[in-house]
Design a protein around this ligand. Structure first.
Ligand SMILES: NC(=O)c1ccc[n+]([C@@H]2O[C@H](COP(=O)([O-])OP(=O)(O)OC[C@H]3O[C@@H](n4cnc5c(N)ncnc54)[C@H](OP(=O)(O)O)[C@@H]3O)[C@@H](O)[C@H]2O)c1
Length: 264
């Protein structure tokens, strides 16, 4: 593939499809004229210089790469022929074999970004079918590199697992932050101060982890060794079942992810 990639996004009006479109345009991987997006009900105002359509076969015909970003339950009713196209699905639970069969394509990639693609900070695991060649792989890395950090994994089971873990994006850290805010408010802290405190702490945590490259376990252990206020909190949270609650939550998310897309 030479020059700018011709990319189509089925479901480009949606949350993730729109975020991917924004990221790849910002990165210069394609230009607006080579980007086609489809919508179902109402045409969005964004990406005015690109091509919008409700006809997914038209989108496919003017693209070399087609990204599928509709909800898994809608995928079954999108009968589009993608022969000789590189097909990239970001749909939870939909298997590579099912995509190959339904869309008559041998070159299929299954990927699982998260909502932080909107700020180019998604973690995206992906896996490719046997016919996806080296040039295709470079392009896949560029697309998801534009959305954040990408990682090729060895099995679809890894993608199913990560769907419930990293695919949930900000949800679990936000759950912790919400529980902390709730407690702070019951202790009489003004809600806006509690919110500023937890949000700043979340962002600061990310930046510190990125800078020091320590594993989360190393950081927790350092606080435990310090034997101060934080250690008291960590020990009580653990004694109250924190690790077990997280394990059970991730197991439930994993189970849900394998049951999606009508593929198991
Ligand atoms: N959002 C995330 O954080 C996230 C993370 C990982 C994976 N995913 C996966 O990404 C996919 C999209 O998720 P999302 O959150 O972006 O959902 P979403 O906001 O609901 O977007 C899906 C879009 O697909 C459109 N659509 C449905 N049928 C269509 C058709 N036949 N032709 C063209 N467009 C059609 C919908 O249009 P209407 O609005 O008109 O129905 C909607 O705009 C899902 O499969 C999900 O599993 C999402």
């Amino acid at each position: 593939m030479s020059g700018k990639a011709r990319i189509g996004i089925i479901g480009g009006a949606g949350w993730l499809g729109g975020s991917i479109a924004e990221a790849i345009l910002r990165s210069g991987l394609t230009d607006p004229d080579n980007l086609t997006l489809s919508y179902r009900r109402s045409r969005p105002d964004r990406f005015a210089a690109s091509h919008w359509t409700t006809d997914n076969q038209f989108l496919a015909d003017r693209s070399d790469v087609v990204i599928f970003s509709v909800r898994p339950e809608d995928w079954g009713s999108v009968p589009v022929n993608l022969e000789r196209k590189l097909v990239i699905s970001v749909m939870a639970g939909v298997r590579i074999s099912a995509l190959m069969e339904k869309h008559a394509s041998e070159r299929v990639v299954r990927a699982l970004p998260n909502a932080a693609a909107e700020v180019s900070f998604s973690f995206t695991p992906w896996m490719a079918s046997a016919s996806v060649d080296a040039d295709d792989r470079i392009l896949v890395r560029k697309i998801f590199g534009a959305c954040g950090v990408e990682d090729e994994v060895n099995s679809e089971a890894d993608i199913d697992y990560l769907t419930g873990m990293s695919g949930t994006g900000p949800a679990f850290p936000a759950l912790l932050a919400a529980a902390m805010m709730k407690h702070a408010i019951t202790q009489g802290l003004p809600a806006e101060v509690a919110q500023r405190a937890v949000l700043t702490m979340l962002i600061g945590t990310g930046r510190l982890l990125e800078r020091h490259k320590d594993s989360p376990t190393e950081i927790v252990n350092r606080f435990l060794e310090y034997r101060g206020v934080t250690a008291a909190g960590i020990e009580e949270m653990r004694a109250s079942g924190f690790d077990d609650a997280v394990s059970r939550g991730l197991a439930a998310a994993f189970k849900k992810s394998v049951s999606m897309g009508g593929t198991s």
